[in-house]
Design a protein around this ligand. Structure first.
Ligand SMILES: [Zn+2]
Length: 97
């Protein structure tokens, strides 16, 4: 199985648009997306070979921003886990001692 077959195995995913919602639609495959940022990421990931240079540049910028947000989330999540661990450890030490 090639990478392309794996990538397209579940494409397009099942989507349901709430009544009254006006989704942003991909100009290449008509897939509905919730906002412009998601559209930029979708075009860059699904249609990189056929999109324009401006779309590629927007995708690279959005990708970098997404990566920064993910790194911030990972650091905050790790900090939360460390606090939770030591919090339970201190509570255990107080109750057991
Ligand atoms: Zn598309």
């Amino acid at each position: 199985m090639t990478k392309e077959q794996i990538t397209n195995a579940h494409w397009p995913p099942e989507t349901e648009i709430p009544n009254g919602d006006d989704p942003t639609v991909c100009p290449y495959c008509s897939f509905p997306l919730p906002d412009d940022e998601q559209l930029v990421l979708h075009v860059g990931l699904r249609h990189y070979g056929e999109c324009t240079e401006e779309e590629k540049e927007a995708f690279r910028d959005a990708y970098v921003e997404e990566e920064k947000a993910l790194n911030r989330f990972r650091i905050i999540a790790l900090g939360g886990l460390v606090l939770l661990y030591f919090g339970f450890l201190i509570i255990y030490a107080l109750l057991a001692g």
